[in-house]
Write a protein that binds this ligand. Structure first.
Ligand SMILES: NC(=O)c1ccc[n+]([C@@H]2O[C@H](COP(=O)([O-])OP(=O)(O)OC[C@H]3O[C@@H](n4cnc5c(N)ncnc54)[C@H](OP(=O)(O)O)[C@@H]3O)[C@@H](O)[C@H]2O)c1
Length: 276
C-alpha cells in the first residue's frame, strides 16, 4: 500500500526522528522516499545523515510528498501552516501529531479541503512498541485511515478513536510512558529505602515492569484478574495493595490523568483557535 509513496516530515525533533527511524526499520518506506526539514540546519543534517533520508526545504517537503507529517510543537504549528498554506493539494494526506490541535485547526489553515488525520503517538515508537490513536478530519476518509494505520502499526499498535476522545488519549497513552517511568522511579527509591543497593533496586524495578507488561499484553485476563491472582490473602502483595488503597492511590492517579486531559484541552484553547 505504501510502496513508492513519498513521506515528508516537517520538524525532525524527538518524535519526527523516532517515527522516521521506525518506518525505515519496518521497511514500509525507503529512506530515499523520505524528505525532511527543520528550523535547525545542523540538527537536520545530522538526522538526515544518520537516517539516510533527503534534506530539503519545508516548501519542497510539501511539494514532493504524498503524505506530510506535521511534527512541530503545537505553538509552532500556526506559523508553519500560515507560511505554506497554498502549497498543499487534495491528493496528499496531512498527518498531525501535535498534542491538543484539532483536525479543524489544521484544515482551516491550509487551502483546498485537504485530507487531515490527527494522530497521538507515544515515546515507545522509539523501540517499535508505541501506542498510537488516530481520528479522521472531515475531508479524510477510510483510505486515509488505512495509510495512517499502516504507517503507525510499523512502530507499535494503532487504534481509531473519535476526535472528542483525543484529549483523553493524550492523557492515557501520549503521556502514559512518563507514568511508567515514575512508577520505576518510586519502586527504585522504595527498594533503596528498604535496604537494597540503588542499582539492584533499579534493575529489579525495570525488569519487573517489563515482565508485568509482557504478561499484561499477552494475557486474555484483565489487569484486575492478574493482580488478584498474585494476591494471596494475608500475604505480602495483599499488605502492599491494602496500604495503597488505604492511602488513596487510585484517587491520586485518577486526578493526575484528569490533569493531563485538562492540560491537553488548555493547549487547544491557547494555541488551537480555528480561523472560522
Ligand atoms: N515527545 C512526545 O513524547 C510526544 C508524544 C506525542 C505527540 N507529540 C507531539 O509531537 C510533536 C513534536 O514533539 P517533539 O517532542 O518531537 O518536539 P521537538 O523535539 O521540539 O521537535 C520539533 C522540531 O521542529 C522544529 N520546528 C519548529 N518550527 C518549525 C518550522 N516552522 N519548520 C520546521 N521545523 C520547525 C523545532 O525547532 P525548535 O526546537 O527551534 O522549536 C524542533 O526541532 C509535538 O506537537 C508534540 O505535541 C510528542
Amino acid at each position: 500500500m505504501l510502496k513508492g509513496k513519498k513521506l515528508g516530515v516537517l520538524g525532525i525533533g524527538n518524535m519526527g526522528k523516532a517515527l522516521i527511524g521506525g518506518f525505515i526499520k519496518a521497511q514500509i518506506l525507503q529512506p530515499e522516499h523520505i524528505y525532511a526539514s527543520d528550523k535547525h540546519p545542523e540538527k537536520l543534517q545530522a538526522a538526515c545523515d544518520e537516517l539516510r533520508i533527503q534534506k530539503v526545504s519545508s516548501e519542497d517537503v510539501i511539494k514532493r510528498s504524498d503524505v506530510i507529517l506535521l511534527a512541530v510543537k503545537p505553538q509552532d504549528m500556526g506559523t508553519l501552516l500560515d507560511q505554506y498554506a497554498t502549497l498543499f493539494h487534495k491528493e496528499q494526506l496531512v498527518i498531525s501529531i501535535a498534542a491538543g490541535l484539532s483536525t479543524d485547526y489544521i484544515q482551516d489553515r491550509i487551502e483546498g479541503n485537504i485530507p487531515v488525520v490527527r494522530v497521538m503517538p507515544n515515546l515507545p515508537v522509539l523501540v517499535s512498541l508505541g501506542a498510537s490513536a488516530y481520528c479522521l478530519g472531515s475531508h479524510a476518509s477510510w483510505p486515509h485511515g488505512v495509510v495512517t494505520s499502516l504507517l503507525f502499526s510499523a512502530v507499535g499498535s494503532v487504534v481509531e478513536v473519535s476526535e472528542d476522545q483525543m484529549d483523553t488519549v493524550t492523557a492515557v497513552s501520549g503521556t502514559g510512558p512518563a507514568y511508567v517511568f515514575l512508577l520505576a522511579e518510586m519502586l527504585t527509591e522504595a527498594g533503596t529505602r528498604e535496604g537494597l543497593p540503588r542499582e539492584v533496586a533499579g534493575y529489579l524495578a525495570s525488569q519487573t515492569i517489563k515482565g508485568g507488561a509482557e504478561m499484561l499484553v499477552n494475557s486474555d485476563d484483565d489487569p484486575m484478574t492478574l493482580r488478584r491472582r498474585v494476591t494471596s490473602p494475608g500475604g505480602t502483595t495483599a499488605a502492599a495493595i491494602q496500604s495503597f488503597e488505604d492511602n488513596g492511590l487510585r484517587e491520586i492517579f485518577y486526578k493526575g490523568v484528569h490533569a493531563a486531559r485538562h492540560r491537553s484541552a488548555e493547549i487547544r484553547q491557547t494555541f488551537g483557535h480555528t480561523k472560522s
